[in-house]
Write a protein that binds this ligand. Structure first.
Ligand code: THU
Length: 139
């Protein structure tokens, strides 16, 4: 279990290599673990019109969902300016909402800057406690 977290950190860092960031120069990488055992990676992809920019987390999630995979156990996220990784690069609000759509109560968010230095958070308890999800629509 410890090793999978290290592997996700490694894959997230590797994914920043493909960040398309001509405007911010802020590279972000994500590595999402499907319950099928497959890791889906993503990078941020910017646009001259700015608002179409897609964050790394959503790139990874949308890649998986577009292949029919909707159940996940954890995601590692790394990022920082000019290829210098911050100690932690927390997901933006939009990405938290997209993660919430596909996360269950045990889903974990891993934030760090290397395979050795990272923190594991329970997503719904520690990152998005007062969430609006499909459970609310069913009320
Ligand atoms: N970014 C992400 O990829 N994920 C986040 O959760 C926060 C922000 C990207 C978007 C943009 O390309 C750059 O970081 C600066 O905001």
């Amino acid at each position: 279990m410890e090793n999978i977290n290290k592997l996700l950190m490694k894959k997230a860092i590797e994914a920043t290599k493909f960040s398309y960031v001509p405007y911010s120069e802020f590279t972000v990488g994500a590595a999402l673990l499907g319950k099928n055992g497959i890791i889906y990676t993503g990078c941020n992809i910017e646009n001259a019109s700015y608002t179409p920019t897609n964050c790394a987390e959503r790139t990874a999630i949308f890649k998986a969902v577009s292949e029919g995979i909707t159940e996940f156990s954890k995601i590692a996220v790394v990022g920082g300016p000019k290829r210098n990784l911050l100690e932690q690069c927390p997901p933006c609000g939009v990405c938290r909402q997209v993660i919430a759509e596909f996360a269950d109560k045990d889903f974990e968010l891993i934030l760090g800057d290397s395979e050795e230095n990272f923190v594991v958070y329970n997503f719904f308890e520690e990152v998005l406690p007062l969430s609006f999800t499909k459970k609310d629509l069913k009320k």
